[in-house]
Design a protein around this ligand. Sequence first.
Ligand code: ADP
Length: 508
Amino acid sequence: MPAQEPVFIAPATDGVRRLLSDRGFVALGATLAAWVMTFAVVAALRALAPQTPVLALFMLLVVVVAMLEGAGPGVLATALSLAAILVLGAPDGSAAPAALIMFLAAGILSSVGGEWVVRRRLRDERASQTLLEREALLRSIFDSAPDAMIVIDEKGIVQSYSAAAQRMFGWSAVEILGRNVSTLMPAPFRQEHDGYLHRYLSTSERRIIGIGRIVAGERKDGSTFPMELNVGEVRSPHGRFFTGFVRDLTERQETEARLQELQSELVHISRLSAMGEMASALAHELNQPLSAISNYLSGARRLLEQTPNADSRSTEAIGKAAEQAIRAGDIIRRLRDFIARGESERSVESLTRLVQEACTLALVGAKEYGVRVQYRLDPRVERVIVDRVQIQQVLLNLVRNALDAMRGQPGRRELVVSTEQAADSMARVSVADTGPGLDPDAAARLFQPFVTTKAQGMGVGLSISKTIVEAHGGQIWHERNPEGGAIFRFTMRLANGVGEAENGKDER
Ligand code: ADP
């Protein structure tokens, strides 16, 4: 790693450190080799031509070594060259002491100059290395960021286009680089984008830069999608650039829509349930007076029948009135049965999937409440026969209640959703929270309709949950959480036969 190599800033120590590094030993070895070669060449030339400029040739060696390897090898080359000159001798008189001193001075000067050159070169190399590394890092961020990133210039021409953008828009980088970014927008923005850019450049009036907006994007196949766009501006010597960060909102909007759908279904069921409760109460209350009416009417008819000369039309009318009273009772009973039965589509479902799906929906936004969520789902408790939407509504309701209970509460906020095997081939689902626990006044009546302690609450969630769970042959109840807070549990039938058959098939 470059950071572990010597840094060439402090003057004296750096040269020494470099010399003592592996690279320094290689440099000294290379210097020695170059000197040996020079020595051999000069000796050979001397043998051929006595006037060979020995000092000049060795000076050349010193300068080359110093420029390539710096002060240490330069000084070594100077010392070795002086020794060589003394050994070889110089017939032209250049080995005189004055010349040797000049050689030494020139050698040292070259070494100092060479050291400066080497340090500059190494610094430049290091800078370009760091630049390359930073660019690689930036590129990897650019390519791995989940949000799409697109850089455009002042004219709206795409300069950079990340991997996420390729996935999001369907255009490859090759197709889009150099084209106008408006290609990624549907009409009318496509035609107007250049105008927006121009207006910003001339007025500096910000409408999107640094603000962020939800806008529409267009994919290569022509389909459009909602996206959140944040734009940043960069001013560089090469001009102004705009960086767009794009998040695809399709999924989020789908989740929100699904959540709303489930909630409206829940409200629908709650109305039905409230009607059911009313019908049941009415049936109960009206049953007695209706029975009394029909009894009195039967009595009156018998009395009339025993009265001589009684008008047979009166007897008939009283008989019809009694029939109608009985019919009224039947109508109310039938209405009650019809509502209690409701519409229910049961099938074999995966409990784990059902729980996870409902919790995901219920937990939208839970992060903002600072709640830690844990799942403890027993894989052996898997296949259940239920109306998926209804059971998910029970779960959604319990999880939302747990979140409501923990919202704004200091201290631990933990939600544990678990599944386990209960007695009699039943599966049990539990939702435990660490909220304040149940209100003692309301605790006994929680499952009755319209019992709520919330300002905005309808108080029907738990009563509907009870209706649903009981219609599935299960039970729902609450317990005190030993860790503080409340636990709501409910049971439903396991699809044992079906589940085992399918599991067996999988294993084979
Ligand atoms: P709502 O949520 O509209 O009030 P519910 O029937 O779902 O209607 O809940 C009824 C009441 O039960 C709530 O108002 C609340 O007081 C209480 N409750 C439900 N779940 C919890 C819980 N996890 N912790 C504390 N209280 C709860």
